[in-house]
Ligand binder design. Structure first.
Ligand code: 6GU
Length: 240
C-alpha cells in the first residue's frame, strides 16, 4: 500500500512514522508513506496557503490552488485528469465534517492500494477541494482538532495494522473480536500480587475452560458498562 499525506505541518509526522509497529512496517516496505508540505506548492514569494473567508467571519481558509497542485504534481497527474486520479487513488479529506471512522471503514481502506490524505485545518479548507479533488471525507470522532494531522496518523496506524504481514495471526484474531462488537477483557502479568492487589484467581488456575468463560464474561460486562450500544445487534459500532 502507498499513502501520500498533504499537510502544512510535515514535521508532525517525523517520529510517529519511525516508532513501533508502524515504523517497522515502513522499514520493511509493507507500506510506503510520503509526507508532502503543501506550502512547497504555494505560488509567490510569500508561499501563502490561506486567506480570509469570502462572506466574512473568523479564522482563515486554506486556498485551493496549493492543495490541487500538491496532489496532482506529486502523484503525476495533470489538473485536467482529476477524474482518472480519483478512480486510481482514494483521496481523503480529514475533517470533523466527514464520515466517522470505524474499524469496518479501516478494513475497507486497508483493501485499497493507494490513499492520499489531505490534512485540512479546522477553520476550513476551500470547499472546491472536497468537491472536485477528494473521493471522501473522514472524521475520527466527535471532538475538535486544530488540523487533520493527528487524524491522518490515526488512519495510517489503524490501516497499517491490517496489511498482510504487519501483525501476527493472534493480533488479527483479536482485532476481529473487536470488529465483532465486544471490548477486550482485562489482562494481567507477573507479579501475581502487587501492593496487596491480587490477580484474579481463575487466571492462575491453569483451567483453560474457566479462563475462557471468565474472559467472555468480563468482555461482556465491560462492554455493557462502557459501550452498551455495541451490544445492540445490527448497530455495528456506528452508534453514538
Ligand atoms: Cl479528521 N479533523 C479535525 N480538525 N478535527 C477532527 C477530526 C478531523 N476528526 C475529529 N475531529
Amino acid at each position: 500500500m502507498r499513502i501520500d499525506v498533504y499537510t502544512i505541518f510535515p514535521r508532525i509526522f517525523q517520529s510517529p512514522l519511525e516508532e513501533g509497529l508502524l515504523g517497522k512496517a515502513i522499514r520493511r516496505g509493507l507500506v510506503e508513506v510520503r509526507i508532502h508540505d503543501i506550502r512547497d506548492y504555494a505560488p509567490g514569494k510569500h508561499r501563502q496557503v490561506d486567506d480570509a473567508p469570502f462572506g466574512g467571519g473568523p479564522g482563515m481558509v486554506m486556498k485551493p490552488e496549493p492543495v490541487f497542485e500538491a496532489v496532482t504534481r506529486t502523484l503525476g497527474y495533470r489538473l485536467e485528469e482529476l477524474e482518472r486520479l480519483k478512480r486510481e487513488v482514494s483521496v481523503i479529506m480529514l475533517t470533523p465534517r466527514g464520515e466517522r471512522l470505524t474499524q469496518a471503514k479501516v478494513a475497507e481502506l486497508a483493501s485499497r492500494s493507494h490513499l492520499a490524505l489531505i490534512c485540512g485545518r479546522y477553520e476550513g479548507i476551500d470547499e472546491r477541494v472536497l468537491q472536485h479533488l477528494c473521493t471522501e471525507a473522514l472524521s475520527i470522532g466527535d471532538y475538535v482538532l486544530s488540523g487533520g494531522e493527528f487524524a491522518a496518523l490515526v488512519i495510517i496506524e489503524a490501516v497499517t495494522r491490517l496489511l498482510p504481514g504487519v501483525v501476527g495471526n493472534l493480533e488479527s484474531l483479536r482485532e476481529e473480536s473487536f470488529s465483532g462488537g465486544l471490548l477486550e477483557y482485562p489482562q494481567y502479568t507477573r507479579p501475581a500480587e502487587y501492593l496487596g492487589w491480587k490477580v484474579p484467581e481463575v487466571l492462575l488456575s491453569g483451567n483453560h475452560g474457566e479462563v475462557e468463560k471468565w474472559r467472555r464474561r468480563m468482555a461482556l460486562e465491560w462492554t455493557r458498562r462502557m459501550r452498551p450500544e455495541l451490544l445492540n445487534e445490527g448497530d455495528k459500532g456506528e452508534g453514538g
